[in-house]
Design a protein around this ligand. Structure first.
Ligand code: NZQ
Ligand code: ZN
Length: 386
């Protein structure tokens, strides 16, 4: 097992009715409440937040888009600077929470704000960011319990990451009943995003971190068991609560401890969202299985383990590994994904060369757990996804 440090300061508050705890968790007298396109006004979440914060002065900042835009977030930063606000409450899905992480990092940043994304500046000093808490409304990204974020620069169609240990939420309130109002499409996205987060940290090569593998397989098996059901029955609390916890556990920094990680599916997928605005999870369903095919030789041992333990496959190793990829695609399709790029957008023909050029400009010459996802492999993976 590789050496590691495990640091996660998030006060994770889980369960029915927990939004009321905001009255204890928020100690500032004046806060910025960030939200998205308005779903929180239709499902009762906003009322619960307001009721819990009756004594707090709240300035609202709405309109944070899915795949949050740098240009929009800069407006919130101006408000915080002007109004001297010292706490932010993000109420929404991954996009609102990610956007809030960018706002938190940028308020006291001196310099060109786009550099935070272009130069991947890490934020480690909590005294230099604005503290924030979250009320999660969409289980998928794990953003409620991690310190990473993804922000899109509209002007250049770039989707880039930021993060650092100062960007963990102070607390996150996670009430599984919030998924009752989610459109089916977003529930489907949540299952596939969480599943792929586990795969990125699991489907690499054999190593000695036995417990990490078993935790990863436990999350994958639980998602296979409950994913299709929760999409049809989001009001079933047994399903909802397990789904939400799976999504958090898939990317709260626990699975990657002591093990190699891949993340190439995400890196390629982010380009598809930047170019065509395809939902994040849907890009993963398009790219993931094709990446496993192209990288078959280096991932074969792990594919066999995955096939045996998660899908109960038997036969020769070669057959199990191949069948495991097929099973993954079938699972994604069974939860509503269209796994070809051409089923998600029309003008896709130049996509592979565009992405390869971009990665080359950024110096990303070898992605994945062994840096074996070279530019020619990226081209092959994307073309196979057409
Ligand atoms: O904007 P509103 O009106 O709130 O509506 C949202 C949005 O339209 C809606 N929604 C959210 N909760 C709802 C609801 N509708 C009804 N009832 C509810 N309870 O759902 C739509 C999608 O929301 P969004 O926040 O965009 O989805 P998600 O949580 O999947 O976040 C996706 C973003 O997170 C990034 C993605 O790249 C993408 O930008 N990711 C962040 C990660 C991280 N921070 O660790 C990791 C991920 O791999 C991912 O890259
Ligand atoms: Zn993801």
């Amino acid at each position: 097992m590789n050496n590691f440090e495990l640091y996660n300061p998030v006060n994770y508050v889980f369960g029915k009715g927990q939004i009321a705890k905001l009255s204890d968790l928020v100690t500032s007298k004046k806060i910025l409440l960030t939200y998205g396109g308005g779903s929180i006004f239709k499902n009762g979440v906003y009322e619960q937040v307001k009721a819990a914060l009756s004594g707090v002065e709240i300035i609202e900042f709405g309109g944070i888009e899915p795949n949050p835009r740098f240009e929009t977030l800069m407006k919130a930063i101006e408000i915080i600077r002007k109004e001297k606000i010292d706490f932010i409450l993000a109420v929404g899905g991954g996009s609102v929470i990610d956007g809030t992480k960018f706002i938190s990092a940028t308020v006291h940043f001196e310099g060109n704000e786009a550099d935070i994304l272009h130069k991947r500046i890490l934020f480690k000093d909590t005294s230099k960011v604005v503290p924030f808490g979250t009320v999660l409304t969409l289980p998928a990204t794990g953003s409620e319990m991690n310190s990473g974020a993804v922000v899109t620069i509209e002007a250049t169609q770039e989707k880039l990451t930021l993060g650092g240990s100062a960007l963990f939420p102070v607390f996150s309130i996670v009430d599984p009943t919030v998924i009752e109002s989610l459109p089916k499409r977003q529930l489907q996205n949540g299952v596939v995003d969480a599943f792929t987060h586990v795969m990125e940290q699991y489907l690499t090569y054999n190593h000695d971190a036995l417990l990490q593998d078993r935790i990863a397989e436990g999350i994958l098996q639980t998602l296979v068991e409950i994913g299709p059901k929760v999409i049809e029955n989001p009001t079933d609390y047994r399903l909802a609560s397990n789904f939400v916890w799976c999504a958090t556990m898939a990317l709260n920094g626990l699975l990657n401890k002591g093990v190699p990680t891949d993340w190439a599916t995400h890196m390629i997928g982010h380009e598809l969202t930047a170019l065509y605005e395809i939902d994040h999870a849907r890009t993963l369903a398009i790219i993931g299985p094709n990446l496993y095919k192209v990288m078959f030789d280096s991932k074969k041992e792990k594919l066999v383990q995955y096939g045996k333990r998660v899908w109960n496959l038997t036969g020769t190793d070669e057959k199990i590994a191949q069948k495991a990829i097929e099973k993954t695609t079938e699972f994604f399709q069974s939860v509503g994904m269209k796994t070809k790029l051409s089923e998600n957008t029309e003008n896709y023909q130049e996509t592979a060369s565009f992405i390869v050029n971009r990665f080359e400009e950024r110096g990303w010459k070898g992605l994945g757990e062994k840096q074996l996802v070279t530019l020619d492999k990226v081209k092959e993976i994307v073309e196979m996804s057409y």
